[in-house]
Design a binder for this molecule. Structure first.
Ligand code: ARG
Length: 558
């Protein structure tokens, strides 16, 4: 089912041969949509725009969708949808299990790389943003019917494990459980700090840590087993955080850096044998046009690092997972890294031209003082800090809504100030305000049902709600805005701009308020009342669906 504006667009395009670029009308008296296509065509046709507009209107057959189109000003064409058509569209949307979100005609496999914290360290605020944003992309693209594969590229490999394991051994940890059984992620972070201090102070320890890295890479069983325990307990810590955040990421989504260990020599060999990689100052590297520094596949000591791991990951995601689109939600400071990795992969053919690869960066979270937030000293994780702060002002579900909405409602690249008091308000452009709007409309529907039941009438539940009368301007405005939900979701999926969904929903709540103030629902009668209840039901459906796409709970009561 294509939306009303796109059906209308297609009709106009068939007559003019040009995209009508339909825009929402700026004022109610201009109808619902406006096109400037006549102005654009007039030059080529050598005729005045109003004349061109007149012949378009003459040739156009849209009587089943619109009132007669009107020509305005210098040659704009204004369209007003027929209210019966609009009413039928809202009713159809209300009965659509996807709430008007168009299902992809050819679904593709989309890999989203997000969250990606580092083992033996708690998630910092950047990982939290990545988790919230990635979760939203996952939900939006899944809702369109795509197959989304989340890949949690955790930092579970590298030199830091040498010192972590040596420190653990020094402190009497053993594989039969001693030490490890009591260690949680916060404890592992403390171990990390002690290991780091030890490393700086004790040359002998530093040497042992270095030898331990060699053992780890060589697959020494005891070393590997200790590494495994550290990674497992880190994952348990991350999973607890994901559960508290209500995100979809889980144990099945881990594909940490170590996943690619086996593939790295083969990637190097492949690229070297095809002359794509070259040896430069003892290191194996790939130069890409437009980049100052090359990507490093293998350093001069024979070690593999971050670049080559991501190159192997791209290859795996495209060749083995069948990805048609790759999305990376990682802080903006890694833009260069990803562009370079994509450049290498294009050159190598790991990333064919038909596969889109996108890095979505994001700005910083600032404290009230306008400075970058950083973890307080101590064991409290930053997520807990932030949630605790927000929970000083609201219940857990509301606090979470507040944080997620604050993360998603600005353009992602912007920094934003973490202001728990403002974010948890139920007025203004906040998550709790949208939750409250949902609870309010739920309450009206609940009352209508109770009244019907008390009157012994047909339980409202079994009578399919229907929108049939759109006589008042606020009713029409609400209906029109509801039918645009699908487009809003499509735009977010295409541009990866969650703030546009937030804006859409905030606008919906505002339009609904004005409908509610001007058009009595429970106090009206007969078909008008039924139709207004239908509008309420459609509003609730879209608010609930929209909040779900943002990862925010939609409470029935607040
Ligand atoms: N672990 C990295 C960090 O904390 C982020 C990894 C992002 N994903 C990737 N494929 N490189 O900065």
């Amino acid at each position: 089912m294509s939306s009303l504006p796109s059906q209308l667009s297609a009709r106009i395009q068939a007559v003019t041969g040009a995209d009508p670029e339909l825009r929402p009308a700026t004022k109610p008296q201009f109808g619902h949509f406006q096109s400037n296509v006549a102005l654009r065509l007039s030059k080529a046709q050598g005729r005045p725009p109003r004349e061109v507009a007149a012949s378009i209107v003459e040739a156009l057959d849209v009587a089943d969708l619109c009132e007669t189109p009107e020509i305005a000003g210098p040659g704009f064409i204004n369209f007003r949808l027929r209210s019966d058509v609009l009413a039928a569209a809202v009713t159809a949307q209300l009965h659509d299990p996807h709430a008007g979100i168009a299902q992809a005609t050819s679904p593709s496999t989309i890999v989203i790389d997000y969250s990606a914290p580092n083992a033996a360290k708690q998630m910092h605020v950047g990982h939290l943003r990545s988790t919230i944003i990635g979760d939203c992309f996952n939900r939006v693209l899944s809702a369109q019917g795509h197959r989304v594969i989340a890949q949690n590229h955790i930092g579970d490999w590298g030199r830091q494990f040498g010192m972590l394991i040596e420190q653990a051994l020094d402190e009497g940890f053993s594989l039969d459980g001693a030490g490890f059984d009591e260690l949680d992620l916060a404890g592992a972070e403390q171990l990390y700090k002690r290991a780091n201090a030890h490393l700086k102070a004790d040359q002998q320890f530093a040497d042992r840590a270095r030898e331990r890295v060699v053992l780890l890479q060589a697959g020494d069983p005891q070393t590997r087993a200790m590494w495994q325990r550290l990674v497992e307990l880190s994952k348990r810590g991350f999973d607890a955080t994901y559960a508290r955040m209500g995100v979809r990421l889980g144990p099945g989504d881990y594909a940490g850096e170590s996943t690619y260990n086996e593939a790295l020599p083969a990637v190097c060999e492949d690229l070297e044998s095809r002359g794509i990689a070259v040896v430069d100052q003892g290191a194996l590297v790939v130069f890409v046009d437009g980049f100052d520094a090359p990507a490093i596949l293998r350093n001069s000591q024979g070690g593999y690092g971050y670049d080559v791991t991501d190159i192997a990951a791209v290859r795996h995601r495209v060749a083995d997972l069948g990805a048609g689109r790759l999305i990376y939600v990682v802080g903006s400071e890694q833009t260069y890294h990803f562009n370079l990795v994509f450049g290498v992969c294009r050159k190598a053919g790991y990333l064919p031209s038909g596969v889109r690869a996108q890095h979505v960066g994001y700005g910083m979270v600032l404290g009230a003082d306008g400075k970058k937030l950083s973890t307080r000293e101590g064991t409290a994780s930053l997520l807990n800090d932030l949630l605790d702060q927000a929970e000083e002002h609201a219940t857990p579900a509301i606090a979470l809504a507040a944080i997620k909405y604050a993360d998603l409602s600005n353009s992602l690249q912007k920094d934003y100030v973490f202001d728990p008091e403002r974010m948890t308000q139920t007025t203004g452009d906040t998550g709790p305000y949208l939750q409250y709007a949902h609870a309010r409309v739920s309450q009206i529907l609940r009352r209508a049902r109770e009244e019907a039941e008390a009157a012994g009438g047909v339980p409202a539940r079994s009578a399919a709600p229907e929108v049939s009368v759109l006589a008042q301007a606020p009713e029409q405005q609400l209906a029109l805005w509801l039918t645009r939900f699908g487009e809003a979701v499509d735009e977010v999926a295409e541009e990866l701009t969650p703030h546009k969904l937030c804006t859409y929903l905030f606008e919906l709540a505002t339009i609904y308020s004005s409908f509610y103030e001007n058009c009595p629902v429970l106090r009206s009668q007969g078909q008008v009342r039924a139709s207004r209840l239908g509008l309420c039901a459609a509003t609730r459906q879209v608010l609930a669906k929209g909040l779900e796409l943002l990862g925010i709970e939609a409470p029935e009561r607040m």
